[in-house]
Design a protein around this ligand. Structure first.
Ligand code: NAP
Ligand code: MN
Length: 271
């Protein structure tokens, strides 16, 4: 069993990593940062997001496990006091996993033939810094609406509890293989009209956003931010790749949603 450990710089995380190193000594678990079977993240959802981007080229062979050292996270099932159980699960690993959809992003620039490609675990947001973003939204190559406003967010099911939720999007169970488009502060009046509610598109569908020529676009891919000019079109679809999590135990998704957003984590059950 080869593992890689990705931790944030919180004191609690560093303590956990030190303890983990002690506990795995003498077990079949070894550290291999280049070709791990398991990527173990210690910190928060943000830590798992950075680990995802670090290992995005190995998604077909890597499974993730998240430990949270702050508040309960959506990608982080394990708590610090469960170290022993975690090491036992790693030692007895049967290779079981659950997988979730990812967002495939292709950016085409105005320069002919120039494009770039990204994978997101949570979402991608396109917005403009100083002025109204003007964009045409196509679904399956057909014009759906002309958008004016701050920006548009396209989220995965597991990302639906992140920025998407703050933008008024619905929470999707991660077993649903779909993407959600959410408007950010759209202008709606007698001249400009958008649907005004989030939409969820199916597996074989795609969204294209063509942008007015401007110099000050911001494109986010999870926690990464790119200031971009000259974007002509961004195309979104469900990626062929998926993220795999080691499934050592079952976590009830809606209970996690409740614990994170509704009930005080201290008074309710955590997992
Ligand atoms: P961050 O600014 O620390 O993240 C903001 C919060 O979002 C943190 O509490 C983070 O949890 C949480 N989060 C991340 N992914 C989530 C998910 N899938 N479901 C529920 N909560 C989630 O930045 P970050 O840690 O690098 O994470 C980047 C993500 O944060 C973005 O992809 C976006 O989804 C989210 N975000 C949301 C807003 C907003 O709601 N207005 C603004 C900025 C970013 P941890 O503390 O456990 O890391
Ligand atoms: Mn964070």
């Amino acid at each position: 069993m080869k593992i890689s450990i990705v931790a944030n710089h919180e004191e609690k995380s560093l303590e956990f990593v030190a303890e983990l190193h002690k506990r795995i000594a003498g077990t079949p678990i070894e550290i291999d940062e280049k070709h791990p079977d398991i990527v173990l993240t210690i910190g928060g959802d943000g830590t798992l997001l950075s680990a995802f981007h670090r290992y995005a080229h190995l998604l077909h062979q890597v499974r993730f496990v998240g430990v949270h050292t702050g508040h309960l996270g959506f990608y982080t099932d394990w708590r610090v006091f469960e170290l022993e159980e975690l090491v036992r699960s790693l030692c007895n690993d049967q290779g079981k996993s659950v997988s979730y959809p990812l967002l495939d992003i292709t950016v085409d620039y105005r320069e002919m033939g120039k494009s770039s490609h990204f994978l997101a675990l949570n979402e991608s947001i396109i917005k403009r810094l100083t002025r109204t973003m003007v964009a045409d939204v196509y679904i399956k190559e057909e014009l759906f609406e002309s958008f004016r406003g701050d920006g548009l967010s396209i989220a995965t099911p597991t990302g639906s509890t992140g920025y998407n939720k703050s933008a008024g999007g619905a929470i999707l169970h991660p077993r649903v293989n779909a993407l959600q488009l959410t408007e950010v502060a759209s202008i709606n009046n007698r001249v400009y009209r958008t649907l005004g509610s989030p939409i969820v598109i199916a597996n074989n569908e795609n969204i294209q956003i063509t942008l007015e020529d401007a110099e000050d676009y911001i494109l986010t891919v999870d926690q990464l931010t790119f200031e971009q000019s000259n974007i002509a079109t961004i195309s979104y679809k469900i990626a062929t790749e998926r993220i795999h999590f080691a499934s050592y135990r079952h976590t009830h998704f809606w209970r996690r949603v409740k614990d994170a957003f509704i009930s005080d984590a201290k008074s309710g059950e955590n997992c």
